[in-house]
Design a binder for this molecule. Structure first.
Ligand code: ATP
Ligand code: MG
Length: 769
């Protein structure tokens, strides 16, 4: 019940008793532990307003930590709207990283830096680590820099300086991993730089070593507030604890059911142990959800109810039931994207009984960023304005732009911008100096950079690793251009060969992190997207139009983001595509983390559903192109956990029966527009994808997680005569030199001599067996 007392300040009036208690308990530690949409963030904001209005502190005396810059901006804005007076700025309202950077700049000398220190991004970090590894004489191929970077990040999240690393973790990099860490820290200091992990770590170190400084901050920060406390890691906890030891006026809000950053070192134990970490804690629990309709809440509650490792809490709402959560299975990812596009069009034109929505009322939340490409392409085709939150749009991503540059240079050897972008990506020892030499000659002679590089190489202007690197690069580009010109090889095979030969996937794979894997998936997705075009040139033309479109989309836009980036946000309409085994829950998480990983994935599902206020749509596809091949997908086990009575099961347009059983309505509701491409009627209910969806339980018990749709290549033994021309998916055309059993030695036109398995090549067209 909101408080009706007219005397009470407006910012308190709308709060329920629990929220009010958390706002008014200004002295001592407070923990608000409550489910999604119960008003935790709103309580924090009201608390800041209350602190200011009661004259307890100035904005500059409030330390308020949020998880993203977007959340910080929203909080600042909300307080400014609530508080009746001019309050000035909040210098200490921001993310852990932003606040730490500010503190470090104030005391940079004590952390061995100048005030204008730079913050390295992960690319710079890896480059520096590579130098450190090479200088130490360790083989960087065996012990890649990206692995070291992941290790050091992990240690920094743990708040470990080199001396803190336990003996059991010191073995990698020939037993010298800690020396490398130490050396890296020294280089950072010489370069007047820090990395992201350092921002937290160095502040902790600084404050631990300087009692006076710490006491100064403890005096300054009269009130500390932290949102999304369930996701803080050990270093962030140490950081907070230092500040909070002063007055202990710390208020943290969070939801253990929404802890989704375990893979980045977040420790949900921090929120569960809050009352042991601080003395005299007031714990407030909130149970009323103000965000979502009853059906949405019931579905979210049922899913998270399957997690064992939780405190368990029931949420309720007095909002109306609203629409049931929609569940729909599609033929493939393309049909799914097409359906989402059509739904959005219908929602903005207010067809049927629904109210009119704006584009900005809607969000599509995906488990992995590679899933965005198909949706983005559909939106572009329909002209739907959209924005990708918390990341670059598909074609703007670094790995994609690098790959596009390879295609461009193959298509046009005069594309100097493309040349500059990739001549040393991945690194091939063509540094700044060599590039300058190339640029100078190109300018003098009026030729392309590629031509200039070729001439310089022929004249012996480069030696050693630079010469080898450049020679390989030019050779590859010329070979691919030649293949393109001849037009014998399909454009998909050629694209795959280019991506593979570019070394880009290998570069990202070496990272051995989810981010690196994600980038490789994006590259595969890029190759896949070429299927929709007749040629690489046609594809590049499409992409340049995409870039044109991207620039103008401002204002009212649909949001696309990962589930991780959606934390704390809410939208009237939410689309949750690709609920398929292997994707969601992610196979990688299950492999690496086991049952705990499954629970984290389920929390992610809970976060996704609870972002929706009015309409929530969950979907999956029976076929999806992933890792470069078509897979028959099994629908996510989370779909089985959705309570049927809260669902409206839709059959995909053009398919009469539901993949999930009986009783599905056709998705072609009156007024919604489905174009023919949304379905492949030939598939229908009996098509392999859907049959699999239905017989999923049986499949799972047989231990099959995912099946290839394409039958495996018959491994019949074929004899190849010497000199016969063959074709290999990856290496292109070549001549057989010899054969021993099922092993062939083939001299490929572009890739040199290789030993390969006979069943992987086919006779080139026109060759005689
Ligand atoms: P999450 O766990 O997703 O971060 P939260 O607990 O932080 O959610 P809020 O975002 O603060 O929840 O609130 C959810 C919605 O409910 C917001 O639209 C907010 O304005 C509204 N709300 C919160 N408390 C109340 C209240 N007492 N009366 C009316 N609306 C409220
Ligand atoms: Mg919140």
């Amino acid at each position: 019940m909101p408080n009706a007392d007219p005397e009470i300040s407006p910012y308190l009036r709308d709060l329920n008793p629990g929220q009010l208690e958390a706002v008014e308990a200004l002295d001592g530690p407070v923990l608000v532990l409550a489910g999604a949409g119960t008003g935790k963030t709103r309580t924090l904001t009201a608390r800041i307003a209350h602190i200011l209005c009661t004259g307890r502190a100035w904005p500059s005396q409030i330390l308020a930590v949020t998880f993203t810059n977007k959340a910080a901006a929203e909080m600042r804005e909300r307080v400014e709207r609530t508080v009746p007076m001019q309050i000035g700025s909040f210098p200490w309202l921001g993310t852990f990283h932003a606040i730490s950077a500010r503190i470090l700049r104030e005391h940079s000398e004590r952390a061995g830096r100048k005030p204008n220190f730079t913050i390295l991004d992960s690319d710079d970090q890896t480059r520096l680590l590579k130098q450190v590894i090479t200088a130490s004489g360790i083989d960087e191929k065996k012990w890649p820099a990206r692995q070291l970077s992941a290790t050091i990040d992990r240690w920094k999240n743990q708040c470990w300086l080199p001396s803190d690393v336990p003996a059991s973790q010191r073995r990698s990099f020939e037993g010298r991993v800690v020396d490398l860490y130490q050396e890296y820290q020294q280089r950072l200091e010489i370069l007047n730089s820090v990395d992201f992990g350092d921002l937290i770590l160095l502040v902790v170190e600084l404050l631990r070593q300087d009692e006076e400084l710490l006491a100064g901050y403890q005096r300054r920060f009269k009130y500390i507030l932290v949102d999304e406390y369930q996701d803080i890691n050990t270093a962030q906890y140490a950081w907070l604890r230092l500040f909070a030891q002063g007055r202990s006026n710390i208020c943290c809000v969070g939801d253990e059911d929404q802890s989704i950053y375990g893979w980045r070192g977040a420790d949900v134990g921090n929120i569960l142990a809050f009352d042991r970490h601080f003395d005299g804690v007031t714990v407030v629990r909130l149970e009323q959800n103000y965000r979502s309709t009853r059906h949405i809440l019931a579905v979210a509650g049922a899913v998270i109810g399957n997690n064992r490792n939780r405190l368990g809490k029931e949420l309720w709402t007095d909002l109306p039931g609203g629409e049931k959560v929609q569940l729909i299975g599609h033929w493939d990812g393309k049909a799914e994207a097409s359906w989402i596009g059509s739904e959005i069009e219908a929602l903005v034109s207010a067809v049927g009984s629904r109210r009119r929505y704006k584009f900005s009322d809607m969000a599509v939340l995906v488990r992995a960023s590679f899933l965005m490409r198909e949706i983005e392409d559909r939106f572009l085709a329909l002209g739907l304005p959209y924005v990708v939150i918390g990341g670059a749009r598909f074609y703007e991503r670094k790995e994609i732009r690098d790959a596009l540059a390879y295609f461009r240079l193959v298509v046009s050897s005069a594309d100097d911008l493309a040349f500059e972008r990739i001549v040393n990506t991945p690194r091939r020892a063509v540094g700044e100096k060599a590039q300058l030499t190339i640029r100078n000659l190109a300018r003098q002679e009026g030729v392309s950079l590629l031509a200039a590089a070729g001439r310089l190489l022929a004249d012996g202007a480069f030696t050693g690793r630079t010469a080898i690197g450049l020679n390989g690069f030019i050779g590859d580009i010329e070979c691919w251009s030649e293949l393109l010109r001849r037009g014998e090889m399909g454009h998909l095979d050629l694209a795959e060969q280019i991506i593979d030969g570019s070394g880009l996937p290998q570069m990202w794979l070496r990272m051995k992190t989810p981010e690196g894997d994600g980038r490789v998936e994006n590259l595969k997705e890029l190759v896949r997207s070429l299927r929709e075009f007749d040629s690489i040139q046609g594809f590049l033309e499409h992409v340049s139009l995409v870039f044109d479109n991207l620039q103008e989309a401002e204002g009212d836009r649909v949001s696309i983001m990962t589930l991780h980036a959606a934390k704390g946000l809410e939208y009237p309409v939410i689309f949750l595509p690709a609920w398929e085994e292997g994707i969601f829950p992610s196979a990688r998480t299950l492999e690496q983390e086991g049952p705990a990983g499954l629970e984290e994935e389920r929390r992610l599902a809970y976060v996704g559903i609870t972002r929706a206020r009015e309409i929530c749509t969950i979907s999956c596809a029976g076929n999806r192109n992933q890792y470069g091949s078509w897979n028959a997908q099994l629908h996510s086990r989370f779909i089985d956990e959705l309570p049927r009575e809260e669902l409206e099961m839709l059959a995909p347009p053009g398919i009469m029966a539901s993949p999930f059983g009986n009783g599905a309505k056709s998705a072609g509701k009156p007024g919604s527009r489905f174009d023919g491409s949304a379905s492949k009627p030939a598939g229908g209910y009996g098509a392999p994808g859907f049959r699999r969806l239905v017989s999923r339980a049986a499949e799972r018990s047989a231990g099959a997680a995912r099946r290839e749709v394409e039958p495996a290549k018959a491994a019949a033994h074929v004899e190849y005569a010497s000199g016969v021309r063959v074709f290999h998916q990856k290496f292109g055309y070549g001549q057989v030199r010899s054969q021993e059993g099922d092993k062939l030695v083939v001299e490929f036109e572009c890739s040199g001599t290789k030993h390969i398995i006979a069943s992987y090549v086919s006779l080139a067209d026109g060759s005689e067996g």
